[in-house]
Ligand binder design. Structure first.
Ligand code: SF4
Length: 183
């Protein structure tokens, strides 16, 4: 089985719990077309070669002594549920923490089997009007879901380690935008 694939990168900040060194995997393909998407070159699946999942898995295994987590980025792996299922299951067997960033909502993706092998999900489109520089997630309409006792629960972003040192001004801005979202 194959997926349009752009490559790997070892990262720390892509785990908002800041508890793992991660290997970020970048697939190609996303139709959400968010204004100011961070990786617009990865929206078109034709921009990337089709790569066999077993090759990706071997590359993950080659880095096991360096990493604790896998971050599924893109593009959006949720457009490839069978491939995501395969990789997330195999990575879980390797005892890795699995983190998915997706432009779909949790409500939409929760019906897919791959959810059983994920630990953390950051969902929703990137909306520039709800972007606060320096705050996680990138736009505050996005939600963070953490698996606790086999159930996904929504996490308050203000409780995330990645947001521990944000200023009072940013917190004020966060609540202001949150208020607008409810309108
Ligand atoms: S969902 Fe993510 S990858 Fe897709 S267009 Fe939006 S920001 Fe880009």
């Amino acid at each position: 089985m194959k997926i349009p694939f752009a490559g790997f990168e070892i990262t720390f900040q892509d785990d908002p719990e800041l508890e793992s060194i991660g290997l970020s995997l970048f697939c190609c393909g996303c139709k959400k077309n968010c204004l100011f998407c961070q990786n617009p070159e990865l929206q078109n699946p034709k921009n990337c070669p089709l790569v066999d999942l077993n090759y990706i898995l071997e590359e993950i295994k080659n880095r096991l002594n360096l990493i604790d987590s896998i971050i599924f980025l893109g593009g959006d792996f949720a457009y490839y549920p069978r491939q995501l299922y395969y990789l997330a299951k195999k990575c879980k067997e390797l005892n890795l923490k699995n983190i998915l960033y997706t432009g779909f909502t949790f409500n939409y993706i929760k019906k897919f089997k791959y959810i059983n092998y994920l630990d953390l999900i950051i969902d929703g489109k990137f909306l520039i009007n709800y972007h606060i520089p320096g705050f996680f997630p990138a736009s505050i309409n996005q939600k963070i879901w953490k698996k606790i006792n086999n159930e996904f629960v929504e996490v308050n972003p203000l409780n995330l380690p990645i947001n521990q040192n944000i200023s009072d001004d940013l917190i004020k801005k966060y609540f202001q935008l949150k208020g607008e979202l409810k309108c």
